[in-house]
Structures are given as C-alpha cells and as structure tokens.
Design a protein around this ligand. Sequence first.
Ligand code: ATP
Length: 240
Amino acid sequence: NPVSPLLQLQGLQIAYGGIQAVKGIDLELFKGELVCLIGANGAGKTTTLNAIAGVLPLAGGEIRYNGDRINAVPAHKRLRQGIALVPEGRGIFTRLTVEENLRMGAYTRTDKDGIEADLEKVYTMLPRVKERLPQVAGTLSGGEQQMVAIGRALLSRPRLLLLDEPSMGLAPLVVEKIFEVVQSVAKEGVTILLVEQNANLALEFAQRGYVMESGKVTLTGSGESLLADPKVRAAYLGEA
Ligand code: ATP
C-alpha cells in the first residue's frame, strides 16, 4: 500500500525501571520523508529513537514497520530489515580507520558487489570522508566523525535512518554541512527521523516535525508551521 506509513508508533511507552520516560506517543513516518523530533533536554527523544532501533524494550504500545508489528524483533534483525541508528555521540570506532569504520556498517551484508557500489556512493556524497579513508577515525574533527557515522549507517543500506543529534558539539558552519548531507540522503529515498536540540535548523530542513515535552508529543506539523508557531518559538528558538 503506497500510502501506508513506513514507520508507525502507536501509544508508545518506555520506562527506565519504574520511571516512565515516554508516555504514550503516536508518530508516523512516510517513505522518503525527513522528519524531526525536537524538544528540551530529557523530553524523551533519544529514548524514543533507541526504542525504534530495538535497543530499549517497550512498556506499552506498538511499533509498526512497513506494516508489521516489530515490538519483539531484536535490534540486529531490525538493522537487517533496514532500520539503522546513528547514536548520540556517533559511536564510531576511534581506533579503526575511516574505511574500516565504513565497512563495519556493511557487516550484515554478503553482497560484495553491492557493498562496493554503496561505498562509491558514500564517497560521492561525502568527498571529505573519501580523502581520509586510511586515517584513524579518532583523529578526525567532530564534523568529519559525524559524516563517517552517517556513512557507516548508509553501508547497511537503510530504508529508515535514525539520527540522534548529529549537530552535537559542532560549529554552526559544520552543522549546516551535516544537514545538507542528511538532506541529500533523504533525496536518495531514505526515510529519516532526526532528533535535534537545534530546533531552528532541524525545522528548516525537515518536512515535518514533532515536539516532545516530558515524554509526550505536544505539537506536530510541517517544519514551516512549527517554525512559525509562537509556542515553539518561545520554548525552543530563544524568543520570549
Ligand atoms: P537529551 O537531548 O538530553 O538526550 P532526550 O529528549 O533525548 O534528551 P532522553 O535521553 O530520552 O531525553 O531522556 C528521557 C528521560 O529518561 C529523562 O528524564 C532521563 O533522565 C531519563 N533517562 C534516560 N536514560 C535513562 C537511563 N539509562 N536510566 C534512567 N533514566 C534515563
């Protein structure tokens, strides 16, 4: 069905011990969309992303992917099904080279030719990364490391890419570059859910957005409408 969502969260609840971090959220993501999840520190954004990737169990509700309920599918199988996570802090292997990091992203695949073709695609998309293939990843700048992390995720050939705060700790110009990369990935047809503290830029680049507060979705709409919303402007864009 072309109009059914690629990802659908229904009444999602996630708890750490007895503490509910996500209190029943609904979210839909359609193929090829770039959607952002914004909100203050501790709102539950990272928790939501990790639950979609399968690294956190649910306390209630449903995750549907491509129409199937995947609540009980373990993280490594979700990766094989096309759900890739770039975690907060990037999670690259700092002692491995850039090329080794990228190839690690393809570890679930056996199609050698496909992997080489995808590497070439990533090199085209990320020329800076290509220039640094033999370099130990830990010696790259923060922005370059973020690009390697995104490149590595692309090597798993994702249909759904989950990005957790790719702008963290980066200078504004570098953040802009990263967002351009994210947008080009979306244009290739990869569906993207982007968690961001940098609400302004995220809403500029995303087609739609969800605002989370204390474990709930409090607002949703097009990037444009959220950017113009006085509540969003007051809470996240530094306007009184
Ligand atoms: P941030 O941008 O700071 O990561 P966030 O919106 O992503 O914020 P989460 O990291 O998802 O928020 O945190 C949501 C809530 O869950 C917070 O109250 C946080 O303290 C709590 N929490 C997160 N991780 C854990 C954990 N491992 N154990 C216990 N509580 C946690």
